[in-house]
Design a protein around this ligand. Structure first.
Ligand code: CUO
Length: 681
């Protein structure tokens, strides 16, 4: 179709869409030939885009191109939900492609990427298509704004291929005058923030009910965020900070300030900062159709506590419905978040989402300064801010309140008859047993997709992140039964001592239990030795999956396709282990083998990725563990148990391990040896 322009999506430098002329935004239709010639050299193949009669896009178009987009703002979510519905409703792949291409330069770009990603994840004909990592599409959400001017200069002056990575400084958001800055490397880790964005992408709280209604999604909202809190607390203790204090009195000033130093390239604005001592206010911003009071949040909070303490919530007909032992936490998760699965938003409101909103607008609650939300207003960036953890310590505590009303696990529920663990250890090569080392590593991200430079090609930013040496768990388990038994190995670690150096009692330590891995084993009669690598963890995804560092010189397919699949949800492998201390940070390694008959979920084998099932579940399947999430630490202990040692049954064991940190940047190793395989070095 020679008369039609070729239009290249920004950042794709190999493939161009061959689009109908009227698909370009009106303002650009005249310029089509210039656009074609600008991109012609880069283009190796063209994807034809079919002309279709387009659906009504007036609702998603209500949000301007340059406005910031936040999932936590109900108006924005509704517009995005409509766009997702349009994408999902397209009958064929070609129609879907056509409408996506049409929307790309008209709809708000952040909403577009969000809706397109949800649609790709959920359409049967696109499930296996890759979604590029958000750090490449919107690098401005992850990277210090000063880097971009340098990147532009680098791209203009230095030809692709000769460019050197631009180093992101390590302490750019604050100095050590701010105590909280000691854990900034963790909060601002690009991989952690990508995981959080991906999790909320896989588990949206509003859009088509068939997409929202994933197995135990409310419970997983609780559990995944609970695990973030546990991990953050271990990180704090590693850095001589106390555990996070709950932010539950919303009238009190917030002592933690945060100055993100991120600029939005899309919305041409700087993300607002929050000074120390900021105070939340009632929110009334007609521009966002937002109008709620702190009292609303307090009322919802009190009603949720009331439901927990009476053991029942109120449904829309005014009836009381029990919060059951196993299903209650799932309902509560949906009430708290709140997702559209909340059984009664009139009574229980939208506490977590609007809590994010209230915090993210505390600098301009009535829009008098025409400012937009701060980084707490968006899942892609929220984890950078210390207040995220204080607010989520509050939500986590609400779930704990519910868990504390449930019957404790009996010895019979915990034990695995005939199965005894006789020894456990972790081993790192060239290290004494039960020691894990952490250090720093530098890695590169490609910014070029998200930056529209005329001289194209990769522009790399180099950042420093925590890392650890790979290790192996070794478990000796004796099966005294006469036949093989299947079991689930559950591995946790937790700090041994509190901020004052006193040993934790069980009640507090169980809240700090970090899930490291979970997998099934078949135990032969007699003694069994189980070995498991840290890189196989059921909570993490490999480094190259987090950042999707594709080897672009190789054709996509085979093992390269493996890296290029959609599964970006999962804790980054490089953040599996807390930093620890230079003199060594003592932690308890806890391993349990539970009886598989109580764990099994009968279902077909999952297709696609399953590496991070503990945090992300399985696509199109039930959550693959029938026990309550967090088992066996999600309940109060039985009477008389004060310490972890007293909690143990024969199928459990504890060993003390030490996390030793070396404050140097060690060179990156290739393939496997440190869990990081990078395609460029
Ligand atoms: Cu993930 Cu508050 O839920 O951010």
């Amino acid at each position: 179709r020679p008369a039609e322009p070729v239009y290249v999506p920004k950042g794709e430098n190999k493939v161009a869409f061959d689009v109908p002329a009227n698909y370009l935004p009106e303002s650009r239709q005249q310029m089509a030939p210039a656009i074609v010639s600008r991109f012609a050299d880069d283009t190796s193949s063209k994807v034809p885009v079919k002309q279709i009669s387009l659906p009504d896009l007036s609702i998603p178009l209500q949000l301007g191109r340059r406005e910031p987009f936040s999932l936590f703002i109900p108006k924005h979510r509704k517009l995005a939900a409509r766009l997702i519905d349009i994408f999902l409703g397209m009958r064929t792949y070609d129609d879907f492609l056509s409408v996506s291409v049409y929307c790309r330069d008209r709809v708000n770009p952040q909403m577009f990427i969000y809706a397109l990603s949800v649609a790709i994840l959920n359409r049967p004909d696109t499930k296996n298509l890759p979604i590029p990592p958000l750090s490449e599409i919107f690098p401005d959400k992850y990277i210090d704004s000063g880097i971009f001017a340098r990147a532009r200069e680098e791209a203009n002056v230095v030809p692709a291929g000769s460019r050197v990575p631009i180093e992101i400084p390590r302490d750019y958001t604050a100095s050590d005058l701010d105590e909280e800055h000691r854990v900034a490397y963790w909060r601002e880790d690009i991989g952690i923030n990508l995981h959080h964005w991906h999790w909320h992408l896989v588990y949206p709280f509003e859009t088509d009910i068939r997409i929202v209604n994933k197995d135990r999604r409310g419970e997983l909202f609780y559990y995944m965020h609970h695990q973030i809190q546990a991990r953050y607390n271990a990180e704090r203790l590693s850095n001589r900070l106390g555990r996070v204090k709950r932010f539950h009195n919303w009238r009190e000033p917030i002592p933690e300030g945060y100055f993100p130093k991120l600029d939005s390239l899309v919305a041409s604005r700087t993300w607002p900062a929050r000074s120390a001592g900021a105070i939340l206010k009632d929110i009334n911003r007609p521009v966002d159709q937002l109008n709620f009071d702190l009292q609303d949040l307090e009322r919802w909070r009190d009603r949720i506590y009331e439901a927990i303490h009476t053991g029942a919530y109120i449904n829309p007909r005014g009836e009381r419905v029990p919060l059951t032992e196993f299903g209650g936490v799932d309902v509560l998760g949906n009430i708290m978040e709140a997702s559209i699965l909340s059984p009664n938003q009139n009574v229980y409101g939208d506490l977590h989402n609007l809590g994010h909103v209230a915090i993210s607008y505390c600098h301009d609650p009535d829009h008098r300064y025409l400012e937009t939300f701060s980084i707490m207003g968006e899942p892609a960036t929220a984890m950078r801010d210390p207040i995220f953890y204080r607010f989520h310590a509050f939500t986590d505590d609400v779930f704990l309140e519910h868990k504390n009303t449930l019957p404790e696990y009996s010895l019979q529920q915990l034990d695995f008859p005939g199965v005894v663990i006789t020894d456990i250890a972790v081993q790192t090569s060239n290290q004494p047993a039960n020691q894990i080392s952490t250090f720093w590593t530098k890695s590169d991200v490609d910014l070029s997709r998200g930056l529209d430079f005329t001289p194209r090609g990769a522009v790399l930013a180099r950042f420093t992140h925590l890392n650890h040496a790979d290790f192996t768990y070794r478990i000796i388990a004796n099966n005294r039964n006469n036949e093989p038994r299947r079991g689930t190995v559950r591995i946790f670690i937790a700090p041994k001592q509190d901020e004052r150096g006193l040993p934790f009692v069980f009640r507090d330590q169980k809240e700090l239990m970090i899930e490291m891995d979970k997998f099934t084993v078949l135990l032969r009669p007699g003694s069994n030795t189980i070995e498991r690598k840290s890189t196989e963890s059921s909570v993490t995804i490999p480094f190259e999956r987090t950042f999707r560092n594709l080897d672009e010189n190789r054709p996509i397919g085979g093992d390269n396709l493996e890296q290029f699949n959609f599964c970006g949800c999962g804790w980054p492998q490089h953040m599996l282990v807390p930093k620890g201390k230079e003199e060594g940070f003592p932690m308890d390694l806890f391993i349990m083998i539970s009886d598989y008959t109580g764990d099994a979920v009968e279902q077909d084998e999952p297709t696609g990725c399953k590496d991070a099932a503990s945090f992300c579940g399985l696509r199109d399947r039930k959550y693959p563990d029938a026990r309550p999430m967090g088992f066996p630490f999600d309940r109060r202990a039985r009477a008389g148990v004060e310490t972890l040692a007293q909690f143990l049954t024969g199928n459990m064991a504890v060993a003390q391990i030490t996390i030793r940190h070396t404050d140097t940047v060690l060179p990156r190793m290739r393939s496997g040896s440190m869990g990081n395989t990078l395609t460029f070095a």
